[in-house]
Design a protein around this ligand. Structure first.
Ligand code: PLP
Length: 393
């Protein structure tokens, strides 16, 4: 039987039906190392005659099951898990960049990714360049002879911009650069970048893939060859997941399709509600026709995601009071889990930036990012309504 539906893949993909001791679920292999029977087996392993697990930094069966599930969901040949999304992003960049290379970041980036590119990559002699807002033709204009990597988040955070994947891939293929898409916000339920020719997908699996705000993990997905290259660098840098975290991720991914479809629906309803509200100055959600990248989003995304950003017609303090008046969402960094989370971006994700830098990045003091969980949409909307009623006119 070929498994093709994403919900079916989420539940069964990547896992053997017959598991150790007839268990239904994949066990947690909580071990640092995998002893050999004797030197004969060890030597057979060394010569490649047999393949098996040897040491935890090079792989673990629980980790492997989660990797295979994610590879199946993304339609990739291979996947590799990491200790966090940042471990995945940095290991991936360090794999494909060397002294004298140029890397192009398209549109908004997670602030730590940007900070790594600005402060760390130059120490290695790599030049990082940023296109603050994607617009058609801009990537091609900014490419150089030594551009080795094109990196984009799709959709971006917090403005949910959607750079055109087709354009990134066309430019990358023309100049021989590796195209990497951070698809944390989309998940394979809403977007499978590899199907559009992207070379590698990275994830902060801490977000939707894990989905329960209880683990940190990262992932890279792509061809066997590229993932193998990243794995070699991971073996040096050591940013591997622990077996228990890998199990939580495996478990979380089983409900990925259910959760994301629900979060797509709720976020769209919330965005439409906010768009009509007189105290809301502007809403960013790629599912709304008013979003600048709505047409691109319609072309590539199967759903528009669970994050809605909006600006209140209010001061920084008043926006803070609106957030404090909300009952359901937690005021916390992160997104993508079953619990709704909210943040006033200027004072949370972007608090390390100066007011000028925030202005340049379009992060106003009254910008709110809401990650909808899987609560009842009408309860979330009622909560927003009551908190907005307390906000100034
Ligand atoms: N990529 C994106 C788009 C993110 O939002 C984040 C974190 O928020 C990361 C990468 C880093 O992931 P982690 O926090 O799991 O290291």
């Amino acid at each position: 039987m070929s498994l093709i539906g994403l919900s079916t893949l989420a539940v069964h993909g990547g896992e053997e039906k017959q598991k150790p001791e007839n268990a239904l679920t994949t066990p947690i292999f909580q071990t640092a190392t995998f002893p050999f029977q004797g030197m004969e087996e060890r030597l057979a392993y060394n010569s490649g005659e047999i393949s098996r697990y040897s040491y935890g930094r090079y792989g673990n069966p629980t980790q492997r099951a989660a990797e295979e599930k994610l590879a199946a969901l993304e339609g990739g040949e291979a996947a590799l898990l990491f200790a966090s999304g940042m471990a995945a992003v940095t290991t991936c960049l360090l794999t494909f960049l060397s002294q004298g290379d140029h890397v192009l970041f398209v549109d908004q980036c997670y602030w730590q990714t940007r900070s790594f590119a600005v402060t760390f990559l130059p120490r290695l002699g790599v030049e990082a360049d940023f296109i603050p807002r994607w617009s058609p033709g801009e990537v091609e204009r900014r490419i150089r002879e030594n551009t080795k990597v094109i990196f984009a988040e799709i959709p971006t955070n917090p403005h949910l911009n959607v750079p055109d994947i087709g354009e990134l891939v066309a430019v990358g293929q023309a100049c021989g650069a590796v195209v990497i898409v951070d698809s944390t916000m989309a998940t394979p339920i809403n977007l499978r970048p590899l199907e559009f020719g992207v070379d590698l997908v990275v994830h902060s699996a801490t977000k939707y893939l894990g989905g329960h705000n209880d683990l940190l993990a990262g992932a890279v997905v792509g061809s066997e060859e590229r993932v193998k290259a990243v794995k070699e660098v991971q073996a040096y840098l050591g940013g591997i997941p622990d077996p228990h975290g890998a199990y939580l991720l495996l478990r979380g991914m089983k409900t990925l399709a259910l959760r994301v479809v629900r979060q797509n629906e709720t976020a769209l309803a919330v965005a439409r509600f906010l768009e009509e509200h007189p105290k809301v100055r502007r809403v960013w959600y790629p599912g709304l026709p008013g979003h600048p990248h709505h047409e691109v989003a319609r072309r590539y995304l199967a759903g528009y995601g669970g994050v809605v950003s909006f600006e209140l017609s209010a001061s920084a303090e008043e926006t803070g009071r609106f957030i404090d008046a909300l009952h359901i969402p937690y005021l916390a960094s992160s997104f993508g889990g079953v619990e709704s989370l909210v943040e006033q971006s200027a004072f949370t994700s972007f608090c390390a930036f100066s007011p000028e830098e925030r202005r340049e990045l379009g992060i106003s003091d009254s910008l709110v990012r809401l990650s909808v969980g899987v609560e009842d949409p009408r309860d979330l909307i009622a909560d927003l309504e009551h908190a907005l009623a307390e906000a100034p006119p």
